[in-house]
Design a protein around this ligand. Structure first.
Ligand code: PGA
Length: 260
């Protein structure tokens, strides 16, 4: 796993946006897996700026979703489908047809989960999956003790995650209890995993994921099993890494042409 320590969230956003742009220049129809939450927003802003500036043509790129609430009415502004369309698909100038995600309104949730795993496979697999990390170490909505081999399925959110996400809703009561999430096994099939974490509140989760044992208790530790995983952290989120100096020195000495 490569760990890159950046000065702040904007620098992390720029670095990952450049990695996405490089991928799309090499593979214009790349399938980009995106995450929701506050952390990845600087990535989407930086990538959209590159598209507007003509630095990259993303018109053939495809976007897929990591997870989704179950039970929000179709078109709810905080459904992750709405969020990804608003924050990623539209700013990149893409059409809704470039987007795929699980159906959180399906009556048969299990069938919707299986259909999404199938759709990802049939689309050729995810080229780069962007991930955030929960304060409890989750990736996607794979809460602690999710199977490391899990596929896309329904999960129940922890109270901590519901409280963390309540800021997007009018009250805690409105935050759904159930979600659909790509499983950890599904996520590990992406060709490149890039996890971004910013802020002191993520420092414990980052240290456990990067330097702790691989454990279902810390779902993000599954990145240790992936042959191409990159963890981008700002100084605050890197605050509890024992090997921070080694990670800094390694990245400083990395040839620029290698990218992420
Ligand atoms: P956040 O969410 O970026 O809003 O902190 C991260 C996550 O829960 O994966």
């Amino acid at each position: 796993m490569e760990v890159v320590i950046v000065p702040d969230a904007a620098a992390g956003g720029e670095l990952i946006a450049e990695a996405l742009a490089t991928l799309v220049r090499r593979k214009p129809e790349a399938l980009l897996g995106v995450a929701t939450g506050s952390t990845p927003l600087p990535v989407y802003e930086a990538l959209a700026a590159k598209v507007r500036a003509g630095e990259v043509d993303a018109s053939r790129a495809r976007i897929c979703q990591l997870d989704e609430y179950v039970g929000l009415p179709a078109g709810h502004p905080e459904s992750y489908r709405s969020v990804v369309l608003r924050e990623v698909v539209e700013p990149l100038g893409l059409d809704e047809s470039a987007f795929m995600g699980p159906d959180g309104t399906a009556e048969d949730v299990q069938a919707a989960c299986e259909a999404y795993d199938r759709a990802l496979r049939e689309a050729g697999g995810v080229d780069l999956q962007l991930l955030g990390i929960g304060t409890d170490g989750h990736i996607g909505f794979n809460e602690p003790c999710s199977s490391l081999a899990s596929r896309t399925r329904i999960k129940t959110l922890t109270q901590q995650t519901r409280e963390d996400n309540a800021r997007f809703f009018d009250s805690l009561d409105e935050v759904p209890h159930h979600v659909i999430t790509q499983g950890i096994g599904t996520i590990l099939e992406a060709r490149h995993l890039v996890l971004l974490a910013t802020g002191e509140g993520k420092a414990d989760a980052v240290a456990q994921a990067v330097e702790g044992p691989v454990a279902a208790l810390v779902p993000a530790s599954a990145l240790q099993l992936h042959p191409h995983a990159t963890v981008v952290v700002d100084e605050a989120a890197a605050g509890k890494l024992k090997l921070a100096e080694y990670f800094r020195a390694t990245y400083a000495a990395k040839p620029e042409w290698q990218g992420l």
